[in-house]
Design a protein around this ligand. Structure first.
Ligand SMILES: Nc1ncnc2c1ncn2[C@@H]1O[C@H](COP(=O)(O)OP(=O)(O)O)[C@@H](O)[C@H]1O
Length: 184
């Protein structure tokens, strides 16, 4: 079973995935799509994520695609690809799972993890280690775009899309809902 999970920064994705990892142990492999992309980019001479972002767009597309092929060849009972369906950039929202990527991954399920804009906004504001836009308006827009791009990816690959809410103080519940969607 191969699934793709996306969620905007601060939604609690790392927290929920850690809980699921603790439950499933070796049956589950969580693969961070950005990390695999970076491994592929290193083979093409980029030293870090900033250099990767500055590579010609066509090279970045190739990196995205080869990361997807690498992930789709992994053999494990439950594989969860940790990513973002949309990435906010100064030029606009970038699709994290454009058609050539989601088709190469061929997931069985897509999941968007979401939370209330108010909670995400206060979690971002509390995290002094990162510089992130934390206004409620901005978070609301990102949440909406994450959903819209996930719908587009679902339509592209034909996999069902589940929406899972990470309620304040109930990350365990969100991890259980995720396990249920994955058929654990
Ligand atoms: N259900 C929840 N209830 C309360 N706090 C949460 C919940 N989920 C995550 N958090 C907290 O929110 C912050 C961001 O969570 P994190 O998992 O790092 O987000 P992400 O990986 O999506 O950026 C952390 O301080 C985490 O402890």
């Amino acid at each position: 079973m191969r699934a793709v999970i996306g969620g905007i920064p601060g939604v609690g994705k790392s927290t929920v995935l850690d809980i699921l990892r603790a439950k499933l142990g070796a049956r589950l492999e969580v693969v961070n799509y950005g990390t695999v992309m970076m491994e592929e980019a290193k083979l093409r001479g980029a030293a870090d994520r900033d250099q990767m972002r500055r590579l010609p767009a066509q090279v970045q597309r190739e990196i995205q695609a080869s990361a997807a092929r690498k992930i789709s060849s992994m053999k494990v009972e439950f594989l969860l690809v940790d990513t973002h369906f949309s990435i906010k950039t100064p030029q606009g929202y970038l699709p994290g799972m454009p058609s050539h990527v989601v088709s190469a991954l061929a997931p069985d399920a897509l999941i968007v993890l979401f939370a209330s804009a108010e909670e995400i906004s206060s979690r971002r504001a509390a995290d002094a280690t990162r510089v992130r836009e934390s206004s409620i308006e901005s978070v609301r827009e990102e949440l909406e775009m994450e959903r819209l791009f996930a719908v587009a990816a679902s339509n592209e690959c034909g996999a069902p899309l589940a929406m899972i809410m990470n309620r304040q103080g109930e990350a365990e519940g969100a991890a259980n809902a995720l396990a249920a969607v994955m058929g654990v």
